[in-house]
Design a protein. Sequence first.
Length: 250
Amino acid sequence: MAWSTRQLAELAGTTAKAVRHYHEIGLLDEPERASNGYKLYGVSHLVRLLRIRRLTDLGVALADVPSVESGDERARQILRDLDAELAADIERRQRMRRELAAVMEHRAALDMPPDFRTLADDLPENQRSLLMALSSILTPVAMAALQEQLAGPRGDVEAEFVALDEDAPDDVRQRLAARMAVEVRRQHREHPGLADLGLASHRERAVAESVAVHALVEFHNRAHLDVLRRVHTLLVENDTAGSERDDAQR
């Protein structure tokens, strides 16, 4: 009893093209041929082909099949590496499922970095978009610090800034900037890694600053930007005054 190439391939759940390829690379011995030149495969070829299929289905590369079959230390290392790859792939797919579940439950989560999805309902759309933009430049450590910062209770200062009208008068902007400067200094003490964008980013400083500036301009009105400029000025003035006091004391 013998089988043709097509019949052997069907029994092993593969294709005649694959069988011929295994012949070419030396994984499957050539069978005897009938008088008419057709190949005649037997059970030994079927078993061999099934073994090859089993290993490749597990992710073993064809070039590594002989090494894995040898059972030596190289075989064990190949299998350990493959196992590590599969574990990483499982974790990636599980993370994808968690993110899909979050998006199905809260559509707004699609507009947030994955680890921030629980905050989606608490942030307006422009802040969600700003976070998405920042996620392209900030390090994981900086993003974690930002997440911790945003997870805290919302204060009156933040609410006033979010609701700031584009036509807000100068005195309103200055008072808000002064209050925000105090809050920003506190945040920098608690999360010093966020105080310097160059250090908090895994991109070149110029690129990080470009993304941050464009995102701020895109997702804030002119009054917001004016207040942020005033906050920056107050922080710089405070730092300068503090340095001068330190010099005087020395």
